[in-house]
Design a protein around this ligand. Structure first.
Ligand SMILES: *Cc1c(COP(=O)(O)O)cnc(C)c1O
Length: 383
């Protein structure tokens, strides 16, 4: 096999259709949030079985908007799994609230409900279950664990197109938040989406996305007048998506099912091919639902692996195969560890996932030869 094959961990699948779609806003001159964003929102809502979708500038700003719309503020606690992307916790701090870290299940990498239960206090206002790598958290168990009045904001950044027991990712809490960063399955460069079934919450999120702008009562009563501009009754942001991104998102969204199907086939192939490596645990399949396969994240057993995980990753890199840890444990990051006095062992499964997880290349620009090469080199390095 060729020694100079280069396989990236993730490559966005973009082409002529995305290029052409972006011509229209550019040629019409309507480049900020407009008809393309509106169409993208409508299509995204429909695909996820909800009535409301609000496009944003990123997954992070979608999460921030969700918490802001719920009124999360200083003194409130928001429960967050440690093994996630740092943005899940950062948005809690943006609201002046306190992130309370809980552990994850070692097999699914998703929020551990026992840990969640023990973190609840009278100050708990919300929990952010993360559908990590495209696998939905156990939402029935999460819901059962929560007292009335605690909101659920799903971090579905990796989970566009995923489902849990017949319900779409993002449709099971007060809000679901998605990302269109190029590391996710579909992309708009940067970008995000907030979905909800609650029209009033959606309206609040739309206002906050646009500096807090509200339609004045006079406009509601008498219609638009040149001198009637928006009212501002709350502190908002500018989290509006551009219409170029909306146009690109529409094209990408139409490809989402195909992307997931292709990834699911290769995930199944990887699982079979790698089953002989008993020190490597391949990712869990959902019991009832659809995995969106944003990433294929394995776990290296430090006790039985022929090489430490990092040496394995170095070895793969030398052969042109890029890998990454699944993600990081946020409680290990200096800012959080220092500010909240957190020790690595406080959340042992998140620590282990941080140290032992291994994402193998999986995306929609990989060939059959690429997949075969990854497996062959992994087997070879493992001796
Ligand atoms: C990517 C990601 C985010 C942030 O999304 P951006 O669009 O990069 O801001 C948040 N949470 C999780 C779990 C993610 O994977």
């Amino acid at each position: 096999m060729s020694q100079d094959r280069q396989i990236q961990i993730s490559v966005p699948s973009l082409g002529e259709a995305e290029w052409q779609a972006m011509r229209e806003p550019i040629e019409s001159g309507w480049v900020t949030q407009g008809p393309k964003v509106a169409a993208f929102e409508a299509a995204f809502a429909e695909l996820h079985g909800v009535t409301e979708a609000v496009a944003t500038t990123s997954g992070t700003t979608a999460l921030h908007l969700a918490l802001a719309a719920l009124g999360i503020s200083p003194g409130d606690e928001v429960i967050v799994p440690s093994f996630t992307w740092i943005a899940t916790a950062n948005v809690v701090l943006y609201c002046g609230a306190t992130p309370v870290f809980v552990d994850v299940d070692p097999v699914t990498f998703n929020i551990d409900v026992t840990s969640l239960r023990s973190a609840l206090t009278p100050k708990t206002r919300a929990v952010i279950p993360v559908h990590l790598f495209g696998l939905c958290a156990d939402m029935d168990a999460v819901r059962e664990a929560l007292p009335a009045g605690v909101a659920i904001v799903e971090d579905a950044a990796c989970a566009a197109g995923a489902s849990y027991r017949g319900q779409a990712a993002g449709s099971m809490g007060e809000f679901g938040c998605f990302s269109f960063h190029p590391r996710k399955t579909i992309t708009t460069g940067e970008g995000g989406m907030l979905i909800t079934q609650d029209a009033a919450l959606a309206e609040t999120a739309r206002q906050l996305r646009n500096h807090g702008a509200e339609v004045p009562d006079a406009v509601r009563e008498h219609g638009p007048r040149p001198y009637l501009i928006a009212d501002y009754e709350s502190l908002g942001f500018n989290y509006r998506m551009t219409d170029m991104q909306g146009a690109m998102g529409l094209v990408q969204l139409a490809k989402l099912n195909g992307f997931i199907e292709e990834r699911a086939r290769w995930a199944s192939w990887y699982r079979t091919e790698l089953s002989g490596l008993d020190w490597l645990r391949t990712p869990a399949e959902p019991e009832a639902g659809r995995h969106a396969w944003q990433a294929f994240v394995c776990s290296v057993d430090p006790a039985s692996a022929p090489l430490p995980r990092n040496a394995l990753m170095d070895g793969l890199q030398k052969r042109g195969i890029s890998t990454r840890p699944g993600t990081h444990a946020v409680h290990l990051q200096g800012y959080y560890a220092k500010r909240f006095g957190l020790a690595p062992k406080d959340l042992p499964n998140s620590l282990a996932a941080d140290q032992n997880s291994l994402a193998l290349p999986m995306h929609n620009c990989m060939s059959e030869e690429d997949y075969a090469y990854v497996v062959a080199i992994l087997r070879e390095i493992a001796g």
